[in-house]
Design a protein around this ligand. Sequence first.
Ligand code: PLP
Length: 445
Amino acid sequence: MERSYVIKPELGKAYPKISHGKGIYLYDQDGKEYIDGCGGAVTASIGHGVQEIADAMVEQARQVSFAYRSHFSSDAVEQLGAKLAEWAPGSLNWTFFVSSGSEATETAQKIAIQYWQEKGYERKNRIISRWMSYHGITMGALSMSGHVMRRKRFTSLLADYPAISAPYVYRKPDELSIEEYAHKRADELEVAIRRIGKENIAAFIAEPVIGASGGALVAPAGYFERIREICDRNEILFIADEVMTGMGRTGKPFGINHWNVVPDLMALGKGMSAGYTPMAAAMATDEIIETITKGSGLIMAGHTYSANPQSAATSLAVVRYMEENNLVEKAAVHGEYLLAQLKQIVADYEMVGDARGLGMLTGLEFVKNKETKESFAASVGVGTRVLQRAFAKGLIIYPAMSGADGLVSDSIIVAPPLTITRDEIDRLLGILRAAIEEVQAELKA
Ligand code: PLP
């Protein structure tokens, strides 16, 4: 084996080398074909190897790839900003560009804090987040993340922002209606605000559909409307983390569009450039940006690569491609089919307890006992076993495991490119079924 000098996720493990990709397929250097059933990390939403994007990248590279944002703006970045303002709800018209989802949530956090400072509230600088959540890996973003496993080694360095539980409809107490449950969970925010003091809180952050720590957990109807009302009443900003749910993934432009709510800030990433370049953003309302403009006039955030023309042109080509190919609408239609098929998997396999999701962001949860919904011990790692079997058979899916709230949610995410056809969904599910079958037999043996 050739010597490697690269630090990889699992040290000592041999990874196949990627050769190329086309549509929903990836090919390694040994010629093995994989269905990219999760767009890598819910990222490759227009599929691989799209010629139009390659052309746009080359065209921009010929003109200029990098010009620093403190010196120049560019057509690409202005047009992308205008496009995002068209897509975003309400007066979320302003975009600050960064390069990763973690930078996006952290920038949204900083803009929220700065907004209150510009208004003269020096102490309003704390964020409230939920225990079942993932907002990124850098220290500020990890401080907001309730993902217990990812926090563990750094706890002493992190702010204790996670303060409330997220709704988990699959495990809702039977005696509560969906509406009562949605309100009960949302009202935890009110209790946390009273405990911490609204004079100390800048914003509340949440994923409209919980990804990496929940396996496509969808908030119940009424939840975010109640959250919005609590935030308004207590003068706290609401940040929607749309890094995974944004840009059409859930069958609407943004995940939060499924509720009758407009956030004050949004964090975007992943599908924004569909993996063709590192690109992410924080979006803010007119009110926030006008306040900062009238105040100091300087946003205290930004990175070297923020708003670089190369990434902006690439992302712009991706968003245009999505529009020209009606991919948001397709995600809604194919997502319904995908979820119906996943529900059939729940019916067919003893160890699959729940199928859920919105649009092309779907998940399966594995349980030891379907009736009691008892989870497997974390050490069993059923999702990981299914994922490994699927990978060996040429299907890539995404892990989602969390130990929040004393529970182990052992789940996987199925989130293929939005360009996938119905036949391709069937092919994907055939491999997934075979992997689940093998793991179920293994656990029984
Ligand atoms: N927010 C959410 C909801 C995510 O799912 C992720 C990544 O999985 C992030 C933030 C962090 O994004 P990145 O990995 O690009 O830093």
